[in-house]
Design a protein around this ligand. Structure first.
Ligand code: GTP
Length: 322
């Protein structure tokens, strides 16, 4: 390939192609790289192989929270958090040994900006071998993207009506707690809580009031939860569930009694419903303590069976799997 072809056609060539380094031709000859990168939409730095910043565009200064401060001559890796400095050094070493191709990334890294703010970025590194090796770093700010991902992750595991965790959040947390408690041979209890005669409530007062009732019951459950409980979730329509790590059956039963009391005391007069109206819940409790359940799902099934018995025992009561 002629030098003139290479000037206009920057393909990802292999770095172990010795001709790239041996030739005298300047791949960027005629291009004012410092001026050129000012026109780019991305944050771009041009650095020497030992990390000294030679050019930076305005977007890069903005990303590094360095506007109005000198960037040229500073060591670029100092803007990376420690773990990423090692990662970046490794990358450059591989380039020096010509293991990597001309481009690397995008790789997720974290910046420590001039004002010490930490920013997640995606970094792409391209290598300009001629006339002397330089690295072109393109950085994309992931702050907005990460916040949005976190927001979506939270939404995906939250019940919109009550603000409690939903079934997905519950299942994930139960699996985690199951692992931790069984590994450490500590007890783990689950409680399933079901509102009694909720269909009648809906039929009599309407679904809007039914929704308000679900929110009130959720609030009562949260209020009754001990601080070391791991999660209260809306498990289904009018069903809730608790994950109680380090709770043996006696402790879990006490939590269920507290929930029972908190729900019994709920008032609905603020919603214009009769002062005499009360709501109750039936609950099933199951505890894993000595390996009697093989999986978290088996533990949950046992709590569900106990709940079923509480319903047939007349409701507003608590049953255990033992
Ligand atoms: N308002 C409202 N109602 C719901 C929601 N999800 C489920 N439900 C209602 O919950 C009721 C559950 O009825 P059932 O399964 O018969 O249970 P129940 O009437 O509580 O009877 P028992 O559980 O046997 O005491 C149904 O009427 C559903 O429509 C919801 O998000 N909002």
């Amino acid at each position: 390939m002629s030098t003139s072809q290479r000037k206009t056609n920057l393909q990802p060539l292999a770095l172990n192609d010795d001709s790239l380094w041996a030739e005298d031709g300047d791949i960027s000859a005629g291009i004012d790289l410092g001026g050129f990168i000012q026109y780019l939409a991305e944050a771009v730095l041009i650095v020497s192989p030992d990390g000294v910043i030679e050019c930076a565009n305005a977007k890069a200064a903005l990303l590094l929270n360095c506007v109005g401060q000198p960037l040229i001559g500073r060591k670029w890796p100092e803007f990376l958090v420690k773990r990423c400095q090692q990662q970046y050094d490794g990358l450059v070493k591989m380039v020096a040994k010509r293991i990597l191709s001309l481009q690397a990334g995008p790789t997720e890294m974290a910046l420590r900006c001039a004002d010490n703010a930490i920013k997640d970025i995606e970094l792409s590194v391209s290598f300009l071998p001629d006339p002397e090796p330089r690295l072109v770093l393109v950085m994309r700010d992931l702050t907005y993207y990460k916040a949005e991902c976190e927001q979506l992750r939270l939404q995906a595991s939250t019940d919109a009506l009550t603000g409690l965790a939903n079934r997905r959040g519950f299942d994930e947390q139960l699996q985690q707690q199951w692992q931790q408690c069984t590994d450490a041979r500590r007890p783990l209890s689950v409680v399933i809580i079901d509102i009694d005669f909720f269909k009648q409530f809906n039929d009599r007062y309407g679904h809007i009031q039914g929704d308000a009732c679900l929110r009130k019951v959720a609030g009562a459950i949260v209020q009754a939860m001990p601080v070391d409980a791991k999660m209260a979730a809306r498990y289904g329509g009018e069903e809730f569930a608790l994950i109680l790590p380090n709770h043996n059956e006696i402790k879990a039963l006490q939590v269920a009694r507290d929930v029972q009391q908190a729900v019994r005391q709920l008032q609905f007069t603020d919603a214009g419903l009769p002062a005499s109206l009360s709501v109750s819940v039936s609950q099933g409790v199951a505890t894993e303590i000595n390996g009697q359940y093989r999986t978290s799902m088996a533990l949950l099934c046992a709590a569900d069976t106990a709940l079923y018995r509480a319903k047939s025992d007349g409701r507003d009561c608590i049953n255990t799997s033992s």
